[in-house]
Design a protein. Structure first.
Length: 202
C-alpha cells in the first residue's frame, strides 16, 4: 500500500487551498452564519481525551444550540445514555468541533473551539422543556466557524425521502445490543424502548 506521510505530499496531491475555502473561515459568527446555525436542530459534537476521540449526536426541538454572542454557543445537555463521554473529554481537554446539519440544506456549518461545562443555576434554568432542565450546559467559545462544501450532502442525496432506508430493513436497537452481548434480552428492550424514550426525552 502506498501511503501519504507528510503535509508536503498532501499539497502536491491536492494542490493549494482555493480563495473561497480560505475566505469563509472567520473567528466569529457573521449574520449569515448565525442564521444557518439557528436553523439547525441537529449537530455532531466531537471531543478528544486521554482515551481517544468521541463524536456524539445532539438534537433539539428547535435550534440545537443557543447563540449567546458572536463567539459563544450554549448547548444544553439533555438526557441521553449517561455515558457522558463528551463531557469527560471536555473537562480534561477543552478542544471541540461541532458540525451542524440543516434539514433541506446541502450546506453544513462547522465550528472549532474550546468548551467548558457550566452548572451555573441561572444558565441551566434558562433552558426548559416540558418543565425539565438540563443537568449541565456545554458553553463553546468559537475559534473558527465556516460552512462546508455542499458536495458531500449532495452526493449522499441526504434529504431525498425516496432514498430513506425503511426501519424494517435495519436491525432494532435491541438486536444490535444482542449482537454485542449474546445474553441480552432483545425482545424486552425493543418492547419497552418507545415508552421509555417518550418519558425521558428531556
Amino acid at each position: 500500500m502506498t501511503i501519504i506521510e507528510t503535509p508536503e505530499q498532501l499539497t502536491a496531491l491536492y494542490g493549494d487551498i482555493g480563495e473561497a475555502s480560505s475566505a469563509k473561515v472567520v473567528p466569529f459568527l457573521t449574520e449569515a452564519y448565525r442564521r444557518m446555525i439557528l436553523s439547525s436542530p441537529f449537530m455532531a459534537l466531537a471531543t478528544v481525551g486521554p482515551e481517544g476521540l468521541d463524536c456524539s449526536p445532539r438534537g433539539d426541538a428547535g435550534a440545537v444550540v443557543r447563540i449567546e454572542d458572536d463567539r459563544t454557543l450554549a448547548l444544553p445537555d439533555w438526557r441521553g445514555n449517561n455515558r457522558i463521554d463528551s463531557l469527560r473529554n471536555i473537562v480534561r481537554d477543552p478542544r471541540v468541533a461541532l458540525m451542524f446539519l440543516i434539514p433541506g440544506s446541502n450546506s453544513v456549518m462547522r465550528v472549532n473551539g474550546r468548551a467548558v461545562i457550566s452548572i451555573e443555576p441561572g444558565l441551566i434554568e434558562s433552558f426548559e422543556m416540558d418543565g425539565r432542565h438540563p443537568r449541565s450546559v456545554v458553553v463553546t467559545t468559537i475559534d473558527e466557524v465556516y460552512f462546508q462544501c455542499a458536495r458531500a450532502v449532495m452526493r449522499a442525496d441526504l434529504w431525498n425521502a425516496e432514498r430513506h432506508v425503511s426501519a424494517a430493513d435495519l436491525p432494532t436497537a435491541g438486536e444490535m445490543l444482542k449482537s454485542a452481548k449474546a445474553e441480552f434480552d432483545q425482545e424486552t428492550y425493543d418492547r419497552e424502548w418507545p415508552a421509555r424514550a417518550a418519558n425521558t426525552m428531556w
